[in-house]
Design a protein around this ligand. Structure first.
Ligand code: 13P
Ligand code: SF4
Length: 441
């Protein structure tokens, strides 16, 4: 359990501007009903009234020691056997990761949800939009459980169906609906995986698609083949970083602020647009700065700087490379010589990479270390609770997407799963990658 102590130690950083406290690590249940997401990077983001609420976790799970929870989770898993599969995102705490059958980035976990064997129940240790996606892609009769329903995503909350429907109506009024001479419609909606199921369904209904940070370029290629421009939500940074890499000029990427008429842009700007960027961001990745990159380079000559594409564009430009959580993991695992890595992503993952690769020097770009406070909601107390409830024949915290929403969302997700990079056109399709393969489990 040394890694737990390391995380708590870093959470108590007294550096100026620190916003993290160890309270989240020790008792996330104290924050499940407060209006903000808690004492991590997203502490200032409010939780929408419509977000699911977590009921009180029974006291015995709050009081149990780490060792007791570990024993109880292990025992429940033994009893449940192959009836249950546990999926975990790379940002999960180590105490959760050690119980996961499959560990991956959000694309790999979506694949895993579709391909896990005959388990009756998928226990998803991640955040709400990931559990919804698993439910949409799971087999008939499989159910999905999110151990703590308060594990949302503040970025996903920045776009909601009403605001997107409203934006779409304004864009249709401006562009019309007729395709151009090449058959491309005026605009294709693209939603980042980090979005509610009803937004994925919106994309399914309107000729659009889902993307993740590992396939955003392939998905934008897909969209530009079918549309003159893209409405990209909710993460402006992933949209901007990806489109810029593909050669789209910044002037052709206006921002859409849902609180302003025409998103705050002029009609001419929108007519010239290639990618319209929703005004959303991740509070964890927003913390990374070009000053941190410069300091890492000054203090560690030869350092390799790798960041997640949810970071602001100047940070991505200043880094040596950018990629999904699995890209970062593979970059570190693939380094054959001892290397110094400065990493711009969530702290649980950075700490784990450092512990797994002692031959390298690995540190987080942000000296004031903050976790994703919503990923951190999945405390072992919640995992023990949902598993022991299953042992007792009860299902708690099921995430269930209504059938009509799921049907449309599946269309957009399956377009994503089928999209292949242009460079792969004409070559046989690679098999889908189960997360187990990603982690060699
Ligand atoms: P990945 O798809 O890279 O795992 O990212 C998900 C996420 O939420 C990053 O903040
Ligand atoms: Fe959402 Fe950011 Fe947390 Fe990822 S790191 S789950 S985008 S709040």
């Amino acid at each position: 359990m040394t890694s737990v102590n390391l995380t708590i130690q870093q959470l108590t950083s007294s550096a100026p501007g620190a916003v993290c406290t160890p309270d989240l690590a020790q008792g996330p249940w104290d924050f499940d009903t407060v209006p903000g997401y808690g004492p991590g990077s997203s502490m200032h983001d409010t939780i929408p009234a419509s977000a699911p609420r977590q009921g009180a976790l029974p006291q015995e799970y709050r009081d149990a020691s780490d060792d007791e929870l570990h024993r109880r989770i292990t025992a429940a898993r033994e009893t449940l056997g192959r009836r249950v599969v546990v999926l975990g995102h790379f940002y999960q705490r180590d105490e959760i990761v050690q119980h996961a059958d499959f560990l991956g980035d959000s694309f790999q976990l979506a694949n895993a949800a579709q391909t896990v064997p005959d388990a009756e129940t998928i226990v998803f240790c991640g955040v709400h939009f990931m559990a919804e996606t698993a439910d949409v892609l799971a087999k008939e009769g499989q159910r999905v459980i999110l151990p703590n329903l308060a594990a949302g995503c503040s970025m996903a909350d920045m776009a909601d169906i009403d605001s997107v429907e409203d934006a779409w109506a304004q864009l249709e009024a401006l562009y019309g609906t007729e395709p151009d001479a090449d058959g491309r419609v005026p605009v294709i909606p693209v939603t980042y995986m980090n979005s509610a199921a009803d937004l994925k369904a919106f994309c399914g209904r309107h000729g659009g698609i889902v993307c993740t940070s590992s396939n955003a370029e392939t998905v934008l290629e897909w969209a530009f083949e079918r549309g003159q421009r893209v409405l990209f939500f909710p993460d402006q940074h992933l949209g901007r970083n990806t489109a810029k890499k593909m050669g789209v000029p910044l002037e052709q990427m206006p921002m859409w602020n849902p609180r302003k008429p025409l998103g705050g842009s002029s009609g001419d700007e929108l007519l010239d647009a290639r990618v319209i960027l929703w005004h959303g961001f991740c509070s964890v990745h927003k913390r990374f700065t070009t000053e941190q990159v410069a300091r890492a380079r000054a203090e560690h000559p030869g350092v390799r700087v790798i960041v997640h594409p949810e970071c602001p564009m100047p940070v991505v430009d200043a880094a040596d490379e950018a990629g999904s959580t699995d890209h970062i993991r593979k970059a570190v695992a693939g380094a054959t010589e001892p290397t110094t890595f400065a990493i711009g992503t969530e702290i649980n993952m950075v700490n784990r990479l450092a512990a797994e690769h002692p031959q390298h020097t690995i540190f987080c770009l942000d000296p004031v270390v903050c976790p994703c406070s919503t990923m951190y909601r999945i405390h072992p107390g919640y995992l023990a609770w949902v598993l022991e409830e299953l042992v007792a024949g009860r299902t708690v915290n099921q995430v269930s997407v209504p059938d009509d929403v799921a049907a449309d969302a599946r269309v957009a997700l399956e377009r994503m799963l089928a999209a292949k990079p242009k460079s792969a056109a004409g070559t046989p399709q690679a098999p889908t990658t189960p997360a187990a393969e990603a982690q060699g489990r």
